[in-house]
Design a protein around this ligand. Structure first.
Ligand SMILES: Nc1ncnc2c1ncn2[C@@H]1O[C@H](COP(=O)(O)OP(=O)(O)OP(=O)(O)O)[C@@H](O)[C@H]1O
Ligand SMILES: [Mg+2]
Length: 272
């Protein structure tokens, strides 16, 4: 048992207590292993949030003046190139480049700020199946991916923040589609819901047949800014993790068989 525990590559908090009788003779020892994964994740998240907040603040301020200056330049000088079309083209291209990159930066900064200041969850009893159905149907037009739902009709209402759970589902579905696009296989995403009565939890599973997550990345994918995509922010799953924690739930990742990835979210069901 101990040998198996020591081979686990998860952070563990180990507490060793030596027991003695009244005369100070040793009676043995008690070793307690606590799974420290969630705590470590929360600490890293808090540190990253602070970084995100500062960077967002520093980048955001100059963006609007840059954008306004580019627009002003276009209005003021564009007519001067009426007789030199080559110069006019270069001028337009330069101003377009400034404007489109500033727009890109604004999107990035907004993601940063959203991560730094995700509004606190305001949970109300709600129907997860309905949210899943809405989220999946918004992907209905997606080419080369088939979406299926297997919804447990016996699932009770769960205390949840609609907007945040929507964001969580969108992040998981986006990632699933990206993983499928990278695999070259005909895509399939299955979203299941299940009432886990003994655990008093609602379980939502998003399974894809995409490229999968290599075992060495499995823990890191929830860290902010970890991304294997060329233009990924790496904030999607950090936001998912934060939303789940705000709902006092758990999120895990498993390999899907024969290909792909399965994300499992468990949210507690209140039984009062
Ligand atoms: N369904 C999945 N299949 C395979 N890999 C995944 C899946 N979901 C996430 N990942 C891996 O986890 C990484 C982090 O995901 P996350 O959503 O946090 O950021 P991202 O998708 O890279 O960026 P963004 O969310 O901004 O598009 C991804 O880059 C990818 O390597
Ligand atoms: Mg993502």
């Amino acid at each position: 048992m101990l040998q198996r525990l020591l081979h686990v590559r998860e952070p563990l908090l180990v507490t060793l207590s030596l027991l003695q009788d009244d005369e100070g003779r040793g009676l043995g020892s008690v070793i307690v292993f606590d799974d420290y994964t969630q705590e470590v994740r929360a600490q890293r998240m808090a540190a990253w949030r602070e970084v995100a907040r500062r960077i967002a603040h520093e980048i955001k301020n100059p963006l609007t003046p840059i954008q306004l200056a580019a627009q002003r330049m276009r209005r003021r000088f564009r007519d001067r190139f009426a007789n030199t079309p080559d110069d006019a083209q270069v001028f337009d291209e330069c101003v377009d480049t400034i404007e489109s990159h500033v727009d890109g930066l604004k999107v990035l900064v907004n993601e940063f700020s959203q991560f730094a200041r995700l509004p606190a969850a305001r949970p109300k009893p709600d129907d997860i199946n309905q949210l899943v159905q809405e989220a999946v149907s918004s992907y209905a037009g997606k080419e080369s991916v088939r979406f299926e739902t297997e919804l447990d009709s016996g699932l009770p209402l769960v205390d949840l923040d609609r907007d945040q759970i929507r964001r969580l589902l969108t992040n998981l579905l986006e990632n699933a589609c990206a993983a499928i696009a990278g695999s070259g296989r005909p895509g399939k995403v299955v979203v299941r819901t299940l009432h886990d009565a003994p655990l008093q939890a609602a379980r939502v599973e998003v399974a894809d047949n995409g490229i999968g997550v290599p075992p060495e990345d499995r823990r890191r994918i929830f860290e902010p800014y970890f991304s294997t995509k060329e233009h990924g922010t790496g904030l999607g799953l950090a936001i998912v993790s934060r939303i789940v924690a705000d709902h006092h739930g758990y999120v895990r990742v498993h390999a899907n068989r024969p290909h792909g990835t399965r994300f499992i979210v468990e949210l507690p069901i209140r039984t009062t």
